[in-house]
Design a protein around this ligand. Sequence first.
Ligand SMILES: Nc1ncnc2c1ncn2[C@@H]1O[C@H](COP(=O)(O)OP(=O)(O)OP(=O)(O)O)[C@@H](O)[C@H]1O
Ligand SMILES: [Mg+2]
Length: 198
Amino acid sequence: MIEACGVHRTFGGVSVLRGVDLAVRAGELVTLSGPSGSGKTALLSLLCGFDLPDRGSVLPGPASWSACAVLPQSLGLASELTLEENVALPLRLAGREVAGVTELLAELGIGHLAARFPAQVSFGQQQRAALARAVIARPAALLADEPTAHLDAVSAVAAVGLLRRAADEGAAVLIATHHDAVHEAADRVLVLADGQVS
Ligand SMILES: Nc1ncnc2c1ncn2[C@@H]1O[C@H](COP(=O)(O)OP(=O)(O)OP(=O)(O)O)[C@@H](O)[C@H]1O
Ligand SMILES: [Mg+2]
């Protein structure tokens, strides 16, 4: 479950989020649209615990952050790990068996790049590795910020398919995106404008 209740956030006197309410249930894929600068990334940062609201509450909270996967707009791949090692990381950190990494990379068309480091592949290829890392451990909640921003049409279809599958397997999935192809795969589309979600 992903939830925001009455969330407010101000940056340097500018009120960016002004009473945001939203809820994404398990098994649901919801997209969040809104103009550049409307506060989508700020909202996702609050939902995943990277930032704290000035007022209001969010889920997942600290008790369930470990079950939440995040695909940040900046990706956040570990530069000293190969793509394969980056994708395996959530499983290793959870003490689980490392399985499915090769298949996932192949599904996203980057199987041949598994042994490369992030700096040795394109940004779109890094983006696909970051997506694989976000879904590999089957998180209960998944927050993805512009997951198809740097992808061509074919790669975007594969990426959207993966996110849809995560929801179909039971995850609550919230995606900030400008892309119609992602909105078309959603159960609901939310719009962030003037500091509120509708
Ligand atoms: N840490 C911060 N300090 C100051 N201002 C911030 C901070 N984070 C966000 N902002 C401001 O809040 C507003 C919303 O930014 P945000 O990155 O959430 O927009 P966005 O909807 O994700 O845009 P985009 O579609 O371009 O990714 C912007 O005006 C931004 O300058
Ligand atoms: Mg953003």
